[in-house]
Design a protein around this ligand. Sequence first.
Ligand SMILES: *Cc1c(COP(=O)(O)O)cnc(C)c1O
Length: 410
Amino acid sequence: MVERRNSVDAGLRQRAARVVPGGLWGHLNAARLPDGYPQFFAAAEGCRVRDVDGNEYVDMMCSWGPIVLGHRHPAVEAAVRRQLDLGNCMNGPGAVLVELSELLVGMIAHADWAMLQKNGTDATTTCVTLARAGTGRRKVLVARGSYHGSAPWCTPSVVGVTAEDRAHLVPFDYNDIASLEAAADAADGDLAAILVAAFRHDLARDQELPDPAFARRARAICDAADAALIVDDVRAGFRIDLGGSWEPVGVRPDLASWSKAIANGYPLAAVTGNDRFREAAQKIFVTGSFWCEAAPMAAAIATLTELREQDGIAGMVAMGTRLRAGLDRLAARHATPIRQTGPVQMPMVLFDDDPDFAKGDLFCATALRHGAYLHPRHTMFLSTAHREADIDRVLAAADAGFAAVRGMRR
Ligand SMILES: *Cc1c(COP(=O)(O)O)cnc(C)c1O
């Protein structure tokens, strides 16, 4: 086993604890990752990341989704440099805004138009505003446990949030038609939208692809009520189908939110919509100081073009299949049952009989020391930079992780 250094990371954490509340915010707070995980990184290339102490890992988180072509992909970096040499934050957008919007409208099946923003939360929030503006109604059906961002209306924490922030949300259970119908009934003539994740990727539970019958029912309810079907494609977008993650299901949304993988790590989000909501999109007021930055738009054009030209999704599926089969083999060999759920290119690995995630944490902490950066409870991500040798390195690290978990029982 490799000796891991962590003194630089520890020093930065100590300094951060004084000037950053909690040391870091949200999902990156150290308390949320197993012991031994580095918090600070020095460099990244392809599917490898190096922490500030010089330890290198095969990256199975891809920056929690954005890195879809691998870190510092040459075509993306060149596009960004070209744009930076011309200008990035100007009085208005560059030509790249129109070029990228045309690319999105041509690629995404339901899209007649696109609006470009910064974060996934911008996009999901705008979709909800648009649905209300376009229908003149208030109620939005949202699945219990689904993550749609960190604004008061949708953050998973209720600290600092008022009941009024969520007054017009009606809960249902993902893939449960009866609960969706009950929620629609409860909205009773005031239904603005059904907001649904591209697939069920809630924290710390098995992932679920959308049941086609459930997706069709959501579409039918929105059609009957002239409400908006919103698919939140922020996490899954551009890893399942370049036309939109519900294309394989055969259901098209009215509005969709995108971010994460759209620009291979550069800050960008998008809302796409159909003509039913074009007028509403013209009427609402949304903007941001940095929404017109040209370099991230250039990055997105390069990223999406590269994904299309190299059939990037097929490559991620192939490597994800190799990983899933290898983990199943190792789990059987170590007599340690696991559940792998959701799309292979967005893995979730949970251990049976692991209510407090002690097995998952030990598995990941051990794999980390053997050079694989995994997550015990969150969606992981493949990129097109992962090759067979990288997956095999992850499997070798996982082998050590399984051995540690097996040892817990002795
Ligand atoms: C990450 C995420 C968001 C929020 O995106 P941010 O860029 O973090 O604001 C919204 N929806 C889903 C499904 C996400 O995974």
